[in-house]
Design a protein around this ligand. Structure first.
Ligand code: ADP
Ligand code: MG
Length: 603
């Protein structure tokens, strides 16, 4: 006999005849995909209720949904004669033809969910049509039996009990009751987010845990994301009726370590999609470090014919006909929203909606300081927004001039007093003290200037008198030849010296201080490790960010007061300057009032 293979499955030692699988087993196999855990049942039942046009939906869970899941809706109901069909595999009221599949607007259409669920649990369906005198009921065990009369309001109640009781192996994979409950409620949250016009109530072991009345989508999104984002988000409403995007995106300062508050819906369906996730990620790339996770709830709407929803049994993945267009819309809309706030720092040109105030707790902002302060005062620091008192020319993209208009009021970021610890510029502004993370701020400025030059196809270069050489592998050498133009456009002229070495002949003038070898290594590494989903622009931005990081003044380089003031003036003029490319704040303000408070003055 052959050895068992690595997976432990032994090949059959004798040939067996080919047979069609019995229906029940087919459903149980399908259930493996559709009914992964109680939360999958919750999702399917909620979606069915929405497809039935319900405006009020109640979810009840017992023991993490394993013992009981029930969903009650006030939708259109099921005719008594069709109750058995609802439980039949591949029986659906939602599509009748391929044409209809291609433009399906309902959440379900495969006709698989109830059959799958009924194959791994006890199902009871009670339903009443709007005009009917009473409800009718059917048991999943006997789909062919005549329905019995039952009590019930118009709409449908579907009860699912003892999940996986007949498949002990499956049951072992389930986690604790608390974990399964949490997953069920997460499924509810996902559905509820996309359907703000419907009210949802949830009970766990008889206790009410969620009660979301019908509200506006923005209110529903905040209810789902958490009230802590009430002041820390931007609203997005972009695109057209053909392809539109709306939702909320959290400020970078409201980012999290886990990707647990990211919701993307496509035509009302929660999805996990690489293209969409990537587009959002890219939009945040300028302002958020890679290991921080943004918070967002976004909903894409498009003509159903432009998206294939039939690529995943639980329909959690989709495929777009025009992936590029979708990526572009999402990326640009989110990026612009994030910029909207940052750009406001550049001057009064910004609209009223841009007056975003980000707040940070003082002790967290400066570890070690809070403890020494009188009574550990919970004083708060204002981040990011200079007062809008600066001259009207401030919104211009004039990066170059460090000069301050004489006679004008103190600029928002004030005048430099000195450098603390080689890293922080301290400046006196009209109403207090400004502290600037010098490296982060400079990195941001260099990045925006590089971007502007690159856009104008005129990156100023500084030729190296003595070309810097570096040893690289053969793949990189080939890449350098292929990408010579890209590199040239970035201001980084490289040439191949040998099969294992290249020479750097020029670097962007803006990065004069950078080590050309280190710079080239970082850029080449970046250039050759990109996935194919990156658009040219995204790739360019990442490259420019990498370059800016190398070109920015490092902590401990001494700047004189004039240079510091020049940096402050540049910050005032740079879009997005209040956050570095990694999403950390670049500066903060301590107001005179706060200083007075610390020293118990005037109280
Ligand atoms: P699908 O949703 O893909 O059609 P399901 O197995 O989930 O497949 O449901 C089968 C059919 O049962 C649906 O097409 C629908 O006609 C009916 N149905 C299920 N749940 C409900 C409900 N809550 N209200 C009205 N009809 C329902
Ligand atoms: Mg369904």
């Amino acid at each position: 006999m052959l050895e068992p293979n690595i997976a432990g499955a032994a090949p059959l030692d004798r040939r067996r005849p080919i047979r069609a699988l019995p229906d029940g087993l087919i459903s149980q196999i399908a259930a493996g995909e559709v009914v992964e855990r109680p939360a999958s049942v919750v999702k399917e039942l909620l979606e069915n209720a929405l497809d039935a046009g319900a405006t009020r939906i109640e979810l009840r869970l017992e023991e993490g949904g394993v013992r009981r899941i029930s969903v009650t809706d006030n939708g259109g109901g099921i005719a008594p004669g069709e109750l058995g069909l609802a439980l039949l595999r591949h029986a659906t009221s939602k599509i009748v033809s391929l044409d209809e599949l291609e433009e399906v607007a309902t959440l379900g259409f495969r006709g698989e969910a109830l059959a799958s669920i009924a194959s791994v649990a006890q199902v009871t369906i009670t339903s009443r049509l709007a005009g009917a005198e009473h409800a009718s009921q059917i048991e999943g065990d006997h789909p062919a039996a005549a329905p019995v009369a039952a009590a019930g309001a118009p709409g449908t109640v579907i009860e699912v009990r003892d999940l996986y009781a007949n498949i002990p192996a499956r049951r072992k994979f389930l986690k604790s009751t608390a974990t399964e409950t949490a997953h069920c409620l997460e499924a509810l949250r996902r559905v509820a987010l996309a359907h703000c016009e419907v009210s949802f109530t949830a009970y766990v072991d008889g206790r009410r845990v969620a009660n979301w009345p019908a509200v506006s989508w923005a209110q529903r999104a905040l209810a789902a994301l958490g009230e802590e984002f009430a002041d820390a988000h931007h609203v997005i409403d972009a695109g057209s009726a053909l392809l539109g995007l709306r939702g909320l995106v959290g400020l970078p300062t409201a980012s999290r370590t886990r990707a647990d508050r990211q919701f993307f819906h496509v035509n009302g369906r929660f999805v996990r999609d690489r293209v969409l996730a990537h587009a959002v990620r890219q939009a945040y790339a300028d302002v958020l470090h890679g290991d921080r996770q943004p918070v967002y709830a976004l909903a894409l709407t498009l003509d159903p014919r432009l998206v294939d929803v039939n690529v995943h049994p639980a329909k959690i993945e989709v495929r777009f006909r025009d992936q590029q267009a979708v990526h572009r819309l999402v990326h640009h809309a989110v990026r612009d929203a994030l910029r909207g706030a940052a750009g406001a720092a550049a001057g009064p040109a910004a609209g009223p909606g841009a007056a975003v105030r980000q707040r940070l707790d003082w002790p967290a902002a400066m570890p070690g300081w809070g403890a020494g302060m009188a009574g550990g005062t919970q004083s708060r620091l204002e981040l990011g927004q200079p007062q809008q008192s600066y001259g009207s020319g401030a919104a211009s993209a004039n990066f170059g001039s460090p000069a301050t208009e004489p006679g004008s009021a103190a600029p928002p970021l004030g005048y430099a007093l000195g450098l603390l610890n080689g890293a922080y510029i301290l400046a006196q502004a009209a109403d207090g003290l400004i502290v600037v993370d010098m490296h982060a701020a400079h990195e941001r400025i260099v990045y925006e200037r590089l971007k502007a030059q690159h856009d104008a196809q005129s990156v100023a270069v500084q030729p190296l008198l003595i070309p810097a050489t570096l040893r690289v592998d053969a793949v990189t050498v080939a890449g350098v030849e292929e990408q010579a133009e890209t590199l040239h456009a970035l201001g980084l002229d490289c040439s191949v010296l040998s099969p294992t070495s290249i020479a750097v002949r020029s670097v962007p003038a803006l990065l004069g201080a950078a080590d050309p070898v280190e710079l080239a290594r970082a850029v080449l590494a970046e250039l050759f490790t990109h996935g194919t989903t990156n658009t040219i622009e995204e790739q360019r931005n990442e490259l420019l960010a990498t370059m800016a990081c190398h070109g920015a003044v490092r902590a401990n380089r001494q700047l004189d007061l004039h240079e510091m003031n020049a940096l402050l003036r540049q910050m005032e003029r740079t879009p997005g300057a209040d956050q570095c490319n990694h999403g950390r704040p670049t500066w903060l303000r301590v107001t005179m009032a706060e200083l007075d408070q610390w020293f118990l003055r005037g109280q």
